[in-house]
Design a protein around this ligand. Structure first.
Ligand SMILES: Nc1ncnc2c1ncn2[C@@H]1O[C@H](COP(=O)(O)OP(=O)(O)OP(=O)(O)O)[C@@H](O)[C@H]1O
Ligand SMILES: [Mg+2]
Length: 520
C-alpha cells in the first residue's frame, strides 16, 4: 500500500485527474497576456482604411477573404481559455454594435500587455484593475463631451463602417445606399433592410429597392410578369378545398350523382376565387397552397398569384406593403396592402436559373432591399458583411443621434486626458492609469502602421497637435497625423468597444489560477 508523503498513513488527496495542469501566480498572467497579445497581433494588420484582409481556410475546406474582425475571430478555432475570453469580447461588440470589433480587440490586447509589464514589476492586480477603471470613467467623460448630433452626417457614418470592405469606387455609392435605406425604414430597425445578391454587374451597380424581393419562380408560366400599382393580398390560409379530417366514403352510383358532386366542388372553389376577386386584390400571395383551378382563373383575370411561400416570407411581404396577414378569405378586403409595381425576373448563372419577383412599394415601404451587385461569390459575401456592419452602425447613429470623430482622434484625446488625471493621483493607481493611456494610443498607432508610416513619429506628432489645441486631429487615411473631418462613428460603438475591452482585461487580471483539464 502506498505511503502518504507526510507519513500519516492516509493516501494523498487529488481532486483533479492526472492530465490537469494548474498554473498559479505570475505564470497565469504570462499565459493570459501572451494569449491576448497573440490575438491582437492577428487582427492588428486588418485595422483601418489601409488594413489588409485575411484569408481563412476552414477545416471543411471552405475559404473566406475578410477584413471583418468578428468573422476572423469566429473562424479561429480557439482552444486557450484566455483566448476564449477574447472570442466572447468580439461577439459582445459585434452583437451590440455590428462594428468596431477589431479596435476593441486591439485595445483589450494592449491593456493586457501593459498589465503584464506592471505585474512583472510587482504591482498588485487589484491596483491595476482599480487604475484601469478610474481611467475608463475619464474616457467616458471625454466621449460625452466630444459626442455630436448626427444632423447631415449619416452618410459619413455609413462610409466609415464600410472601410476596407469594398473597392474605393463602390464605397461612396454603397454608403449612399445604406444611409438612404436607414432614412426610409421606420424606427431605425435594421431588420427591415434585406440584402440580396444580384448575381450580375459590379458592386457599383448595387441599388436600393424600396420594397422586397421574393426568390421564387412563377406558379404558372402565363401569370402576369409585370404589373403597375396594385393592391396586394397576403394570406396565411389556403385557396383550396379543405380536406376533411375524418376519412369518409361517398357512394356514387349514377353519372348524374358524380356530376353533381364535381359541380358542388367547382362551386366551392369558385366562391373562394370570387372572394379574392371581390376584395380588389391584383396580387395574391399565400403561405399555403393555391388550387390549380384558382391559379388559372386568376391568370385569366390578370391577377398575379403565388402560393406555398414560406410563412416568414409571407410576413415580410405583408410588412413591406403594409398589408395585414389574412387568415380567412372573408377578411380579405380589409387586409390589402399596396405596391407600386411587380416585376418577374429570370437570371441564368453558373448555379442554375434564379427567378425572382420584385415588389416595389415606394417611400412607404415597410421593408427595403439592397440588391448587391457583383458576380464573384467570395467578394460579394465580404461586401455584404461590410454592408451589414455599415447598416448596424448607421441605425445606431440615427437612433442615438450621437456620433464621434474617428481616425483615432478620440483615443488620442482620451489618452492625454487620462495622463493628465493620472498626474494628480498620488497612489500606485497612477501607474495603471498611465498604462491605460498608452494602450489607448495603440489605436492611432495601428492606423499609422498599417499605412506603412512610423508609429513613433506619428504618435509624437499627433500628441503635439492635440497639445497645441487641434483636438480633432487623428491619423488620416494617408497615415499622417492631421485634421479629421469626415470620419464619423456612432458614439456607442466606441463607448462599448472601450468599456468592454477594459472589462474583459480586468476580469482576466483578477484570475490567479488557471486549472486546465486539457493540461495546457
Ligand atoms: N478615412 C479614414 N481616415 C482615417 N481613419 C479612418 C478612416 N476610415 C475609418 N477610419 C478608422 O478606422 C477604424 C475602423 O477600422 P476597421 O473597420 O478596420 O475596424 P473596426 O471597425 O474596429 O472593426 P470591424 O470593422 O472589423 O468590426 C476606426 O477607428 C476609424 O476611425
Ligand atoms: Mg469597421
Amino acid at each position: 500500500m502506498a505511503q502518504a508523503p507526510d507519513g500519516s498513513g492516509t493516501a494523498p488527496v487529488k481532486i483533479t485527474n492526472s492530465a490537469t495542469s494548474v498554473t498559479s501566480g505570475l505564470g497565469v498572467t504570462h499565459k493570459l497576456v501572451s494569449a491576448a497579445i497573440a490575438f491582437g497581433n492577428v487582427l492588428r494588420g486588418t485595422f483601418g482604411p489601409n488594413g489588409l484582409d485575411k484569408m481563412l481556410y476552414k477545416t471543411n475546406g471552405e475559404a473566406a477573404v475578410t477584413n471583418d474582425g468578428a468573422k476572423i475571430v469566429a473562424e479561429l478555432l480557439v482552444k486557450h481559455p484566455a483566448a476564449k475570453a477574447f472570442v466572447s469580447l468580439a461577439e459582445s461588440q459585434e452583437n451590440a454594435c455590428g462594428d468596431g470589433v477589431t479596435g476593441c480587440i486591439i485595445l483589450a490586447s494592449e491593456l493586457m500587455s501593459e498589465a503584464g509589464r506592471l505585474l512583472d514589476r510587482g504591482l498588485h492586480p487589484l491596483i491595476l484593475v482599480k487604475g484601469y477603471q478610474m481611467a475608463l470613467s475619464e474616457v467616458m467623460k471625454v466621449i460625452d463631451s466630444r459626442s455630436k448630433a448626427v444632423s447631415n452626417k449619416l452618410v459619413q457614418v455609413s462610409r466609415t463602417a464600410l472601410v476596407g470592405r469594398s473597392t474605393e469606387g463602390a464605397m461612396e455609392h454603397l454608403a449612399g445606399i445604406i444611409s438612404d435605406a436607414v432614412n426610409l425604414i421606420p424606427d431605425s430597425d435594421f431588420e427591415r433592410v434585406r440584402m440580396v445578391k444580384s448575381g450580375e454587374g459590379t458592386p457599383e451597380s448595387s441599388k436600393l429597392i424600396k420594397g422586397i424581393i421574393i426568390q421564387k419562380g412563377l406558379a404558372l408560366e402565363r401569370m402576369p410578369r409585370k404589373l403597375s400599382a396594385s393592391k396586394v393580398l397576403v394570406l396565411s390560409c389556403p385557396i383550396e378545398l379543405e380536406n376533411t379530417k375524418v376519412s369518409s366514403e361517398i357512394e356514387i352510383s349514377t353519372p348524374e350523382q358524380y356530376e353533381a358532386f364535381i359541380d358542388a366542388e367547382e362551386k366551392q372553389i369558385q366562391s373562394l376565387i370570387d372572394k379574392v376577386k371581390q376584395s380588389g386584390a391584383q396580387v395574391v400571395f399565400s403561405a399555403e397552397a393555391i388550387d390549380q383551378r384558382a391559379l388559372h382563373s386568376f391568370a385569366d383575370s390578370g391577377i398575379f398569384a403565388l402560393g406555398g411561400i414560406e410563412r416568414p416570407i409571407a410576413e415580410d411581404v405583408a410588412m413591406a406593403c403594409s398589408a395585414k396577414l389574412c387568415d380567412h378569405l372573408d377578411d380579405s378586403s380589409n387586409s390589402l396592402g399596396q405596391i407600386s409595381s411587380l416585376t418577374h425576373k429570370r437570371l441564368e448563372n453558373t448555379d442554375g436559373v434564379d427567378e425572382r419577383i420584385i415588389l416595389e412599394v415606394g417611400e412607404e415601404a415597410g421593408i427595403v432591399t439592397i440588391l448587391v451587385g457583383g458576380t464573384d461569390g467570395l467578394a460579394a459575401e465580404e461586401i455584404i458583411r461590410g454592408l451589414y456592419d455599415s447598416l448596424r452602425s448607421t441605425c445606431l447613429a440615427k437612433e442615438d443621434d450621437s456620433i464621434l470623430l474617428g481616425g483615432g482622434s478620440l483615443h488620442m484625446a482620451s489618452s492625454l486626458k487620462v495622463r493628465e488625471i493620472a498626474e494628480e493621483c498620488s497612489g500606485r493607481e497612477r501607474l495603471s492609469m498611465e498604462a491605460f493611456a498608452r494602450a489607448l494610443e495603440a489605436i492611432p498607432s495601428a492606423l499609422a502602421t498599417n499605412t506603412g508610416e512610423d508609429k513613433i513619429d506619428a504618435l509624437l506628432e499627433l500628441r503635439a497637435l492635440h497639445r497645441g489645441g487641434q483636438f480633432d486631429a487623428g491619423i488620416t487615411s494617408m497615415g499622417k497625423p492631421g485634421q479629421i473631418d469626415d470620419v464619423w462613428l456612432p458614439s456607442y460603438t466606441i463607448e462599448h468597444a472601450i468599456s468592454a475591452a477594459c472589462e474583459s482585461a480586468c476580469s482576466l487580471l483578477r484570475v490567479d489560477q488557471v486549472i486546465s483539464a486539457r493540461g495546457d
